[in-house]
Each structure stands twice: as structure tokens, then as C-alpha cells.
Design a binder for this molecule. Structure first.
Ligand SMILES: Cc1cc2nc3c(=O)[nH]c(=O)nc-3n(C[C@H](O)[C@H](O)[C@H](O)COP(=O)(O)OP(=O)(O)OC[C@H]3O[C@@H](n4cnc5c(N)ncnc54)[C@H](O)[C@@H]3O)c2cc1C
Length: 464
């Protein structure tokens, strides 16, 4: 589903635009809207490509830049992934990322980080972290790189309107100022995690300039489950396991493995959140889906959240609590413990507590009739079915799926096909990645490409 521009702005008179131009209080070669991973790398790359730092500005609506980077990876910042990118990115046109990564390959991104003073380290699964293991190192290194290049960073200013004046852009900011610039990068992210700056304003600005937008929805987001004894009994319990989502038609998602966290409303933890995208997708296939509302940046609600309140089950989360044990191994384990002759839950509770967290064992045994057959318990452990009613909303999502259509942008430069010298990078575009560093890698790499493409274009047309 696509959203198209409201063409109100075309009614603007030349006089109004001229008066906006004369109000202009600052003039730049390149302005970058958004001081997140993509925006900061765009600014640094543009200067390294030859623009003077003082002619480049970042405008950031929050008090500080790089808020998501600081919070990322539980404070460790999983900033890239050296594994294959095949199948790791999603959107209506995921092949788009190839154009970007062929110009800014993961290896060159790491070299780039090293050149600005950040050493990195990768684990066995290709996940890359700062060598210090601290997200703060990334923030400090990038901030120093901006300072060293004299790039101007304007915080607590939001870009609220863009208009085109011959070959320049006129930018209206939330503090009443009006700037002009020769090139513009929109790196404003998406609406996920509004407490860390997420909102829809960048998508709306690009839509106002004629770009299509694929409905944004929360990806990497906790699941809301139908009330279940597990949620009451085992709230707060973390466990490692495997799971997949099975929708009402019996179609199963990919299987995810890792950490799960039982919450009062459902299932969180990074593995459960990985299934959030699949569950959210059910919403956007609903013909009633509309662009999420966002007025003050904190009122974004997805249809999943509405549906969660309606309590309709849309499928099941099927959990394997002990993926490293086969069914046969578990049956013989229980037989060795003499479980089948027990007529109360006591022994089962104790035996299960040798395998899974005791609160989970209690919750699972709650509605059981004894004596229990070991095979029935194995079934509960290996295929625990929890009815799903939706996902949490953007407030709890780490990543936005959907966004500005990549079909409107050149994958080799990230320049808009509709408006010359307008670029977009990062999560504002209709690209989202798997967990494991793919999202930050996309933001950083696309930011670099947008920044250097803008610098090259400006240097080709010096007189504009
Ligand atoms: C808690 C958390 C943990 C995460 N951990 C990881 C991880 O370990 N690895 C990983 O790969 N990914 C992780 N992610 C995802 C990753 O952080 C994002 O994909 C990435 O930050 C997106 O970068 P971006 O620059 O496109 O957008 P953002 O980081 O969202 O930056 C956009 C910036 O633009 C500003 N802005 C928006 N609109 C305007 C406007 N109109 N005017 C001015 N400024 C504006 C915003 O305030 C924001 O600062 C995590 C996300 C969260 C929330």
C-alpha cells in the first residue's frame, strides 16, 4: 500500500517563497536532517569528500545526537555484521541494498571506522562491536570526527518544511528560522522508539516532495499474547529457546533462536522480537490499515496494538524450550526419573526445574491432569503453543519496517529520482534488517554513500 503526496504546497505563491528566501538566516552547501547513525556518517563522509565543515550542517530535533546508537546492543552497539547480506534485508525492494553495499562494503565501513579512531571486534556469528564493547565509544568517536571537521550541529531544531527555490532548498525549522542549502540529506529515521527520537516527520517531508511511502510498521518488537498462565506465573523469567509463529492458516514463519523474556502482556527478548515483523505484517495486509498517526512524535499507534486490545487471536507462538534435546532424549530422561507414576505435580515440578526455570515449570503444570505421560510433557516443552494477538506499538519497537519507497531513489548515489540533490539514508527508507548489526550497518553505509554523493554532485556544479 502506498501513500501519495498531499499537493497543497503547490498553491504557494512565488511571493511567499521569495519572502521565505529573504527570511533565510543561514546558508549551507549541505544540510542533513537527523543526527542519527546515517546523518552523522553522511556529514563526515561529505567533508572527507572535499566539502568544508563549515558549509555542512546537521539539524537534530533532540537535545543530543546519536541517541539510538548510544542505546544500541544493550549498550554494546552491534554496529555491523560481516556475514552474508543475502536475505538479511527486507522491504518492498530489498535488492536496493546491494547497490549501496557495493559502494560502501562492510569491510570498508570497518576501515572507515578505524580511520576515524574506532577499533572493532567481531564474534563467531559475524556481529561487529566496538573493541571497547561500549556504545559510548562509538558516540564519542563520531562526535570527535564531527568536531575535527568543524561540522555544525544544531540540536533541538526540527526540520518542519522543505521548499525548492531554483536550484536551492529552503528549509523551515521549528524555531522559526529559515535556512537555504544547495543539497539536502534526509536521515531522519522512522517512528520506532520515539523516546530516542523516532518519529514520522522525515517520511512526511519526503512525501510532501512527491515520494511514495510504504506503510511503516513496527519490526523488532515484542509480541502481545492472549492471557495465559505462563504470563502470570513466569513474568520476568528469561530463557533461551527456539520459536516460530504460525498464523491462523497454518503458515509458519522462520524459526528464531536466542533469548526470550516472559512479560505481563506477552513475550519480549531479542528472539521473540525478531518475529515481530511477521506478526506486524498481518496488520498491513489488512485493507483498513492507514498511515500511523503521529502528531507530537509520541502518539504513534499501530493496528497491531489496536488489535491487541480486541483480543482476537491471529496465530500461535510455538516455542521449543529445550531445542538441544530431542523428543526421544527427553522421554528417556523423564523415564529415568520415574515421572509417569506420579499422581501430583510435585515431582514433575522438581524434575522440570532441572531443565527449565521453575516458574515456567509451575505455569506449564497448572492445568494438567495427573498422572502425566512423559510424552505429553515433552510435547509441552518442545511445542508450547501460546496464542498471539498482536505486537506492541512503535514505542516498544527497535526498528521501523516500511518507509519511503526505494524505487524513488538511485541505489548508486541515494539521490532522489524526483528532485536533484535531495538524498535519503538510513531507516527513513523502506529497508529494515535482521538483528545482528544489519540495521546500523545499513544506516552507517547508506549515510556515507549519501554524504559522498552529495559532495561529489556539489563539486561538479560549483557555481549553483
Ligand atoms: C534500543 C535500540 C537498540 C538497537 N540496537 C541495535 C543494534 O545493536 N544493532 C543494530 O544494527 N541496530 C540496532 N538498533 C536499530 C538502529 O539503532 C537503527 O536502525 C538506526 O539507529 C537507524 O539510524 P538512522 O540514522 O536511520 O535513524 P535514527 O537513529 O533514528 O536517527 C534519526 C535522527 O533524526 C532525528 N529527526 C527525526 N526527524 C527529524 C526532523 N524532522 N528534523 C530534525 N531531526 C529529526 C531524530 O531525532 C533522530 O536523532 C537499535 C534500536 C534501538 C531503539
Amino acid at each position: 500500500m502506498k501513500f501519495r503526496t498531499n499537493p497543497d504546497r503547490s498553491k504557494e505563491t512565488l511571493l511567499q517563497r521569495e519572502s521565505a528566501f529573504s527570511k533565510s538566516q543561514k546558508s549551507f552547501d549541505l544540510v542533513i536532517a537527523g543526527g542519527g547513525a546515517a546523518g552523522v556518517l553522511a556529514a563526515i563522509a561529505a567533508c572527507d569528500e572535499g566539502l568544508s565543515g563549515t558549509s555542512v550542517a546537521i539539524v537534530e530535533k533532540e537535545e543530543t545526537i546519536l541517541r539510538k546508537v548510544r542505546a544500541s546492543g544493550n549498550g554494546r552497539c552491534n554496529l555491523a555484521n560481516m556475514g552474508s547480506i543475502e536475505g538479511r534485508y527486507h522491504g518492498h525492494y530489498p535488492q536496493f541494498v546491494r547497490g549501496v553495499f557495493s559502494r560502501v562494503a562492510p569491510e570498508s565501513l570497518l576501515s572507515y571506522f578505524r580511520s576515524i579512531g574506532l577499533a572493532t571486534i567481531s564474534d563467531d556469528e559475524g556481529r561487529v562491536y566496538p573493541r571497547s564493547n561500549q556504545a559510548q565509544s562509538v558516540v564519542l568517536t563520531l562526535t570527535r570526527a564531527l568536531n575535527r571537521r568543524n561540522i555544525e550541529v544544531f540540536t533541538e531544531k526540527q526540520l518542519v518544511r522543505i521548499s525548492r527555490e531554483s536550484s536551492r532548498f529552503l528549509l523551515d525549522l521549528s524555531d522559526g528560522m529559515s535556512w537555504d542549502t544547495r543539497a539536502l540529506v534526509i536521515a531522519s529515521g522512522g517512528p520506532a522508539s520515539p523516546n530516542l527520537g523516532g518519529d514520522l516527520s522525515g517520511m512526511r517531508l519526503l512525501m510532501s516532495l512527491g515520494h511514495a511511502c510504504e506503510s511503516p510498521f513496527p519490526a523488532l518488537v515484542p509480541l502481545v499474547l492472549h492471557p495465559h498462565p505462563l504470563l502470570k506465573r513466569a513474568e520476568g523469567v528469561r530463557f533461551r529457546g527456539q520459536a516460530f509463529f504460525e498464523n491462523c492458516k497454518g503458515t509458519c514463519s522462520k524459526t528464531v533462536s536466542g533469548e526470550f523474556l516472559v512479560t505481563s502482556y506477552g513475550m519480549s527478548g531479542i528472539a521473540a522480537m525478531e518475529l515481530g515483523r511477521t506478526v506486524s505484517m498481518i496488520d498491513i495486509s489488512d485493507p483498513a490499515y492507514s498511515m500511523p498517526e503521529c502528531t507530537a512524535g509520541h502518539q504513534i499507534e499501530s493496528r497491531s496494538q489496536e488489535r491487541s486490545r480486541s483480543k482476537d487471536t491471529i496465530g500461535n507462538l510455538v516455542v521449543d524450550l529445550l531445542p538441544e534435546f530431542s523428543e526421544e532424549e527427553l522421554v528417556s530422561f523423564f523415564n529415568m526419573q520415574d515421572c509417569s507414576r506420579q499422581t501430583s505435580s510435585d515431582l514433575w515440578r522438581i524434575v522440570l526445574s532441572g531443565l527449565i526455570p521453575v516458574k515456567m515449570a509451575e505455569a506449564m503444570l497448572m492445568d494438567s491432569h495427573f498422572p502425566l505421560e512423559p510424552t505429553a510433557v515433552v510435547q509441552m516443552i518442545k511445542s508450547l503453543r501460546l496464542p498471539v494477538i498482536g505486537t506492541r506499538d512503535f514505542d516498544y519497537a527497535q526498528v521501523t519496517a516500511g518507509g519511503i519507497s526505494t524505487r524513488d531513489f538511485n541505489p548508486r548515489t541515494l539521490e532522489s529520482y524526483k528532485i536533484p540533490r535531495l538524498y535519503a539514508a538510513g531507516e527513513v527508507l523502506d529497508i529494515d534488517g535482521d538483528t545482528g548489526g544489519f540495521n546500523l550497518m545499513w544506516a552507517f553505509s547508506s549515510g556515507i554513500l549519501a554524504g559522498l554523493s552529495a559532495a561529489r554532485a556539489l563539486q561538479k556544479n560549483v557555481g549553483d
